[in-house]
Design a protein around this ligand. Structure first.
Ligand code: PGA
Length: 254
């Protein structure tokens, strides 16, 4: 069976009081659900709170970004060691908002990926094309370039312990979800890219879809053969939406 996963990406949302309500609600809603790995990627200041509330539960937690550097004079940055101190299992690397707004290029994303893995934190490698790139018909080239930048730096075997999240930029936060067929096509392309090199690794790679996933479209998306769950932005801030989306992911035989 290939691991299925649903992760919330809170982005820059939250408050101590609101987070507690949300996390308590998610825990209650997911009681007894163990067929899918669920987690939340919260803003740095709330990692401590996430650890406090979630430790010992089936919900994992992590960050939305991390420095590629181990330590030093990097004002405003957060290291993998710090994430480890706060019990993080996962960290997003290369989210399109980091790439577009903060200028993270493929090389930087690859360095962050390596730093996270070295520290024993599972990187969630985000890739995806812009609307312009899709319209130019270069989606596959863009996704391939983003993935191979990491493979070149980390080696193919590094993909055994990571998760890939395909998030078409035009679908993020826009309400415009990719159709299940559009998403499946890119997911199959990603799996195929690695299958050429290592069939077993490709079969076992968890590939999430992200971009306007909601309770109302999750079942259809997650039932596609190469979609192994989702990376959820807006809908992860709503208890019922997020719990329903988590429940929509069902284990897939490989
Ligand atoms: P969205 O965000 O679900 O709000 O579209 C997804 C993401 O950015 O990870």
């Amino acid at each position: 069976m290939r691991a299925q996963m649903v992760l919330g990406n809170w982005k820059m949302h939250g408050s101590l009081v609101g987070n507690k309500t949300l996390l308590d609600g998610v825990l209650a809603g997911l009681a007894g659900v163990d067929s899918v790995h669920c987690g939340v990627c919260v803003p740095f200041p709330y990692l401590f709170q996430a650890q406090f509330i979630l430790q010992g539960s089936q919900v994992i937690w992590g960050a939305q970004n991390v420095s590629q550097h181990e330590k030093g004079a990097f004002t405003g940055e957060v290291s993998v060691g710090m994430l480890n101190d706060l019990g993080c299992n996962i960290v997003l690397v290369g989210h399109s908002e980091r790439r577009a707004i903060y200028g993270e290029d493929d090389a930087t994303v690859a360095e962050k990926f390596v730093a996270a893995q070295k520290a024993g934190i599972k990187p969630i490698l985000c890739v995806g094309e812009t609307l312009e790139e899709r319209e130019k018909n270069i989606t596959a080239d863009v996704v391939k370039r983003q993935l191979l930048a990491v493979v070149d730096k980390a080696g193919l075997d590094a993909l055994k312990d990571c998760v890939v999240a395909y998030e078409p930029v035009w679908a993020i936060g826009t309400g415009k979800t990719a159709t299940p067929q559009q998403a499946q096509e890119v997911h199959a392309f990603i799996r195929g890219l690695f299958a050429e090199k290592n069939a077993e690794l490709a079969e076992n790679l968890t590939i999430l879809y992200g971009g306007s996933v909601k309770a109302s479209n999750a079942v259809e998306l997650f039932s596609m053969p190469d979609i192994d769950g989702g990376l959820i932005g807006g809908a992860s801030l709503d208890i019922n939406e997020f719990v329903s989306i988590c429940k929509a992911a069902q284990p897939k035989a490989v």
